[in-house]
Structure formats: C-alpha cells, structure tokens
Design a protein around this ligand. Structure first.
Ligand code: C2E
Ligand code: MG
Ligand code: MG
Length: 768
C-alpha cells in the first residue's frame, strides 16, 4: 500500500474523506446500527455462557457500551436504550414485563453513561488508555464501580419483578457484577487499543499523541518463536487451571498467573489486554459445561481479579517502558545536539575535528593517503539575512546544504562551523586536483539561482583548500590553512577558490603584525592627514579639501591607505581612525576658515568606512564633533561609497536622513563602481556624486566618456553636484568642463598635501 510521509495509507485517507462527507445524522444511524449488530452477536455469545437468568460467566456487550460512548461520545447514549430491547425481543425472549424492561434499560444506560461522563469530563482520562493513570481510572470506574452499582440496582429490579427470588439478592448481585466487570475488562481495553489506529473515529481528538506510544503492530519474524512459547504456556496454564477435571474446584487457577504476569511485565498493557481476553475466552470455553452454581462465584471473582491485575500490571510496565524510552530518546537527543548543528543537521565543529583527527592519524600510518580540508564561506550572506530576514536566511542555508551534499561522496564529511561557514573533509584523494574539482563543482552548483518563497536569490562562495601535507601538521593547522586560503579567495574577488600554500601563511602572519602595528600607531599618533583640494570647475578656485589618511610608519616610512586600510577596516580599528580623522580635519578646516577668509567658506570632505557607518551612535558623534570644533554643518561633507549603502540596506535610508538632518552634506564616493540601483538613488538624500577616477583616467575611451557624461547628466537631473575624481591632465579638465561637470579633484590641481603645504596653497589662491 502506498504510504504518505506521515505514515497514513491512501486507503485510510480516502476513507477519512469519505466519512467526513457523510452528513452527521447518517453517520449517527450507521454507527448505532453497527453497534447494535456487534452488540447482538456478543449478547448471543454471552448468553451461551448463562448459568442462571441474566447471569453469565462474563458479559462483554457491556464493554461495547463503554467503547461506543468513550470513542464516539456521549451523544450516542440513546443507542444504549435500544440494546435492552434487542436483548429481550431478539436474543432471550424471556417475556419481561414492560416496566421491568424499561427499568432494566434506564439503569444500565444511566450507570454506564454516567461512568463514561465521569471518566471523560471529571477525571479527564485519555480513553485511548496510553498512560497508567488512564488505565487505573478505567479500572476503578468502568470495571469496578459502574458494574457494581448497575448490578445492585438491576438485581433489585429483577427481584421486584420476580425473575429471581429476593433471598438470592446478594449472590445474584455479585454474579451480575463479576460478569459485567470481567466482560468490560476482557473486551473494552482491546477495542480501545485497536481503535487508536483509526484516529478519525474519535470524537475527542488527541491534541498531541504521546511521543512514546505503546506499539500496536504485527510481531516481527524474530518475535514469533517467543510469541509461540508464550501462547503455549498460556494454553497450558489455562488448561491446568480450568481444564483438568480437578480444576473444577479451582485449586490450580494460579497457574494462569504465570503467563499472564509474564505477558504484562515483558510486553506491557497493549499485549496483556489481549492476553486477558484470551484467558477469559479460553476459560469460558473450558468450564462452560463443568461448573455448577456452587463454584461459579469463585470462578467469576477469580477471572475478575485476574483481569484487573493483568491490566494494571501491564499499564505499570508500559509506563516504565515509556519513561525508559523517553530517557533514552532525550539522551540520544542530547548527544546528537552536542555534535550537530541544529539548523542543518550537519556535524558541528567538534565532531568534524574528531573525523579530521582520524584522517591525520591515518596519514601518519599510510604515506599515500591524501585528504583535503575545504573551507567554504558564503559571499554576501549577511546582506540576504539582513534584508530578507533570518527565517529566509535559514531556509537558504538548508537549501545550500543540500546542494553541497550533492557535490560530495558519501564518505566525505561536511560540517557547519556556524553562520555561513562550512567545512568539508575529502578523504582518499589522488592529488589536489580532486579537491579542486569538488570546489569547482560546488561553485557551479551555487551559482544557479535559488528559488525561495517565489524569490530568486543568487549566492556565491569563497572556498579555501588545504591539502594534507607533511605528516606532522595538526588538525588545527589544517583548519587554519584552509581558512587562510578561503580568506584569500574572498579578498581576490569572492566566488572563487584558492589552494593554500605556505607563503599564504607568511602573509597571514604579516597581516597579524600589521594589525598589531595599527593598534600601536593609534596610541603613538603615527597617523597624519593629507589634504587634497576640491576645485570648482566653473570658477577654477579651491572650494575645500578631502582628508586622506597617511601613516608615518617607524620602519616602512609614509604608507598610503591601500596598504593598511582594509586590515584596519576588518579588525574594526578603522572606525576609531575615522573618528580621529573627522575631528582633526574639522578642527583644521575651522582654523583655516578663521585665518583665511574665502567665499563661500572652505569645506572639508571626509571618508567613512562601512563599520563606522554601521555604528549606532554615528549621528551623535558627528554632531558632537561639529559642536566641539565649532564648524558649520554645511561645511562638512561625508563620503560614503555605494557599497556601504548597499551592505547596510536595512537602515541606510533612515540613517542618511538623520545625517542629513544635521545639515551636513552627503556624497557618494567612487560612484559608478558599486551596485546601487538608480531607482534607489533617487530617494536618497544625497548632495553629491563623485565619479570614480577609473572613468576619468581613460576619458579618451568612448565607453568611459559616455558613462561620465551620463553621470553628469544624471546629477543635473537629480539636482545633485557632480565631482570628477582623478583629473590628471588639462584635456581631461577641458572635457569635463565641456560636459558641465561642476567640480573636480586630482593631481592636475594638486596631490594630497600635508597641512603646511595645503595652507600655503590656500594662501596662494590659485585659479585653474
Ligand atoms: P578616495 O576616497 O576615492 O580618495 C581618492 C584617492 O584617489 C586618494 O588616494 C587620492 O590620493 C587619489 N587621487 C586623487 N587624485 C588622483 C589622481 O589624479 N590620480 C590618481 N591616480 N589618484 C588620485 P589615497 O589617499 O591613497 O586613498 C585611497 C582611498 O583610501 C580613498 O579613496 C578612500 O577610500 C580611502 N581613505 C583615505 N583616507 C581615508 C580615511 O581617513 N578614512 C577612510 N575610511 N578611508 C580613507
Ligand atoms: Mg573619498
Ligand atoms: Mg574615490
């Protein structure tokens, strides 16, 4: 039978749909009809074991009453009123008078419906009898008290109507009680357990089925021998207890307890319920002919006590098994959690390192054994996460993992190190090309767009590969080497791979040295600011300066930003440097404004790095600096690259508005090289576009010329200023002037200058 994921068969689902379609009254009549048919059959069978009027060894139809009400609900109580009629007119035809019959009717119905109501709404058992508590309450109310009360009243009714003599009232009550009780005990639990398999028939749906349910299934092949032995033992027990001629005085009935207790203790409630039924049926068949009235009560009480003992014992076992299983499961879960990534289910770092250790050890023994550690870092994942949300990001990661897995052999090991970092161990390679092949395959897979929530997402990965080299490399070294190689791949353009070689390590060490040096440079104030004039192309006069940082390194001399700025940015140090640059240059320009009067006053333009832009108190900081240096806000300009805006997409708009509200000017630096969309640009509070110098450098190239013209036109349309950066020749200047580009900057006017030289230049007041 075809099965869906959740284990429901198609047949079951078709059936479910079918039964839902039936209107409620039809369903009601159908259920009642089925109930009455089964009830009649059971009644007929039970009557075969009748020893006196209305007294049977056991009476299972009562079990059916409980099952009907507990499963289909108390609204089926009226059906119980019908069964007495069936009993009288179809099965026994005893000729009871109408009043006796109706009383008979009402007593049973009220007694059993009352008991069910109590169980469902007062004690609130789960009638599927999963838990010990359910079984205990079912035993107390349904098996013990309900039949007792019904028996007392019923026997009074019978005695009153003359069916039985008053003198036998007590004995009759006990017979009646034991018969019903055993009947309920032998059939109701079995049926309730079986009906668990049909969740849709239950009126009271189970909110959350217990995680550890008693199993209800066919025995496996391995279990059959044990089942056979148990069956035989049970048969022998019943035979010795009830079947031998001597058994008629019930001396050996305790023999049945052995297989019963075994069944309960070994297999639990679900199995013992079946065993209890089997015993009761077997016993009834065996003793039917042999028993006289004298031993009947002892027999009945024996069966009643045995049935209850079996059920309770079974329930205790099941509960214990549940607890043990829950404990085992949670232990397993804990161990699993300790070594796996909860989102993707991949190994985590510590389990990966164990595998890597095995590989390293293996290589020590077998020289030819080659393996590779592959470090993967997704490019731009943070942007996706920030802009589309973490849930989306998680979904994407899961999709990426399945693509990664598709590129690997079953023997390869993949783990998630956290965030968007993955690590793979490729074993048994012939050489580095095998690892490169995998890296290329991964990149080819990832380059295809992902469809998520009907949205197309593009992602790439930077990959670093470290091969098992000398036999004394440690696991940590290998991981570090792969990381270094990945870092390099990222640095040289992303979406590519690099294979580690020792020189990279050297560079990494140098990088570390540089980092320490930068920290020290801040303390020792080794940074300087150079000022490069900004020129109005209309007047040809200096209108301000851009601050550009330099580092007077004690060993390496004057360093340009290219050598240290990316490291400073990555280590988070650049924002401290930027803050210093801002303060220092604001102070400087304010001094110049005071010393040398120009109209309009000179302005200062400073660069802002990504990390600084993302800092929460940026607006406050700038407003404080302006206040402290006493500089007019319009004389201060911030240069932000397009990429800074794109990478902080979530809050860039708000932040720019807040900055703008300070009254300062905002400029997009290196315009034309980033990825900002023109649509977005229109909505940003920008004062200026600075055309990247790469376009100006080759203005004789038609493409660059067109782009530059386009940007200038765009600036006019958007009503923002346009500055051309990197003007080196008079031709370039002439061309830009012809385009009506408003401002310029470049070596043609002046290189960036130290403070004194810049001051001299202002005083010279040149005009280009
Ligand atoms: P940028 O903001 O685009 O600065 C312009 C760069 O172009 C400067 O390089 C400048 O010296 C150079 N330049 C100016 N005119 C010409 C020219 O005619 N020809 C050529 N070939 N180059 C010219 P520099 O000073 O090396 O700065 C490089 C970059 O470092 C800057 O590019 C800026 O992004 C960054 N930077 C510089 N100072 C700082 C700072 O204090 N903070 C931050 N966050 N970044 C800074
Ligand atoms: Mg700049
Ligand atoms: Mg620039």
């Amino acid at each position: 039978m075809a099965r869906s994921n959740n284990g429901e068969s198609h047949l079951y689902r078709t059936f479910f749909r079918w039964q839902q379609r039936i209107p409620s009254p039809v369903r009601y009549v159908l259920v009642v009809a089925i109930y009455l048919i089964i009830w009649t059959i059971l009644d007929k069978v039970a009557t075969k074991f009748e020893t006196a009027p209305e007294i049977q060894i056991w009476y299972p139809p009562s079990a059916l009453d409980f099952v009907l009400l507990l499963v289909f609900g108390l609204r089926y109580t009226p059906a119980l009123l019908l069964n007495t009629l069936v009993h009288e007119y179809v099965v026994t035809q005893r000729g009871l008078n109408f009043i006796t019959l109706e009383l008979f009717n009402l007593i049973t119905t009220a007694g059993y419906a009352g008991a069910c109501a109590l169980l469902l709404f007062k004690v609130r058992i789960n009638p599927r009898l999963h838990q010990l508590r359910d079984v205990v309450w079912f035993n107390i109310i349904a098996i013990f008290f309900a039949p007792l009360i019904v028996a007392c009243l019923q026997v009074i009714n019978f005695a009153y109507s003359g069916i039985i003599p008053w003198s036998n009232w007590v004995t009759y009550t006990l017979h009646y009680w034991a018969g019903d009780a055993t009947g309920i005990a032998m059939l109701a639990p079995v049926l309730l357990i079986l009906l668990r398999k049909l969740p849709w028939v239950w009126l009271h749906k189970e909110q959350e089925p217990p995680a550890t349910q008693g199993e209800l299934r066919w025995p496996t092949r391995q279990e059959i021998p044990e089942l056979l032995i148990e069956g035989i033992a049970l048969g022998i027990g019943i035979w010795i207890g009830y079947g031998t001629p001597k058994g008629s005085n019930l001396d050996y009935t305790y023999f049945v307890f052995l297989p019963l207790i075994w069944s309960a203790l070994r297999h639990g409630f679900e199995r013992v319920a079946a065993t209890v039924s089997t015993i009761n049926i077997g016993v009834a068949l065996l003793v039917r002919i042999k028993f006289g009235q004298s031993n009947l009560l002892a027999l009945q009480f024996g069966l009643m006590a045995m049935s209850q003992t079996g059920l309770l014992l079974g329930a205790v076992t099941t509960q214990r098994l549940h607890t043990q299983k829950a404990l085992r499961d949670s232990n397993k879960q804990l161990t699993y959690n300790a070594f796996h990534d909860p989102l993707t289910g991949l190994f985590n770092r510590s389990l990966f390192m164990k595998h890597l250790e095995y590989a390293v050890e293996h290589r020590k023994k077998y020289e030819n054994f080659q393996f590779a550690v592959v470090f993967i870092d997704l490019d731009g994942f943070k942007v996706i996460n920030d802009s589309l949300g973490h849930l989306f990001g998680d979904q994407l990661l899961i999709n990426i993992v399945s693509k990664l897995k598709a590129c690997l052999r079953p023997t390869d090991t993949i783990a998630r190190l956290g965030g968007d970092e993955f690590i793979i161990l490729l074993e048994d390679l012939s050489d580095v090309n095998d690892a490169i092949l995998v890296a290329e395959q991964i990149q080819a897979e990832l380059i295809l767009p992902f469809m998520l929530n009907r949205q197309e997402v593009f992602i790439s990965a930077s990959i670093g590969i470290a091969m098992s080299a000398s036999s004394n490399t440690s696991t940590e070294d290998l991981l570090r080497d792969a990381d270094i190689a990945m870092y390099r791949a990222k640095k040289f353009g992303k979406g590519r791979y690099e294979v580690f070689d020792p020189s990279m390590h050297l560079q990494a060490v140098e990088r570390l040295q540089m980092e320490t040096d930068i920290r020290r440079a801040i303390e020792r104030q080794e940074f300087l600011i150079y000022y490069q004039p900004l020129v109005s192309l209309v007047t040809g006069k200096i209108i301000g300066f851009e601050s550009l940082i330099r580092w007077q390194h004690p060993q390496h001399g004057l360093l340009f930003p290219a050598t240290f700025i990316s490291i400073a940015e990555e280590t988070g140090l650049l924002r401290f440097i930027d803050e210093w640059v801002m303060r220092e240059s604001c102070h400087q320009i304010q001094q110049w404004q005071e010393q040398i009067l120009t109209t309009p006053p000179l302005l200062i333009s400073v660069n802002l790095c990504n990390k600084h832009f993302a800092q929460p108190n940026l607006v406050e900081q700038i407003s404080q600096i302006l206040q402290q240096t006493n500089l007019d806000a319009p004389c201060f300009k911030l240069e932000i690259t397009e990429n800074v805006i794109v990478e902080n997409a979530l809050y860039a708009d708000t932040l720019l508005l807040q900055l703008k509200a300070l009254g300062i000017q905002l400029c997009i630096d290196d315009f034309g090289t980033g990825y900002s969309s023109l649509g977005r640009l229109h909505n940003l509070p920008i004062d200026e576009l600075k055309i990247d110098q790469s376009f100006i450098k080759n203005l004789n190239n038609d493409r660059n010329l067109e782009i530059t013209e386009a940007i200038v036109t765009l600036g006019l349309k958007l009503n923002v200023k346009v500055t051309a950066e990197g003007i080196e020749t008079s031709e370039q200047l002439a061309q830009l002037r012809q385009m009506k580009c408003g401002y310029g900057q470049g070596y043609y006017f002046s290189h960036p200058l130290p403070t004194n030289a810049a001051e001299a230049l202002i005083l010279a007041n040149p005009q280009w």
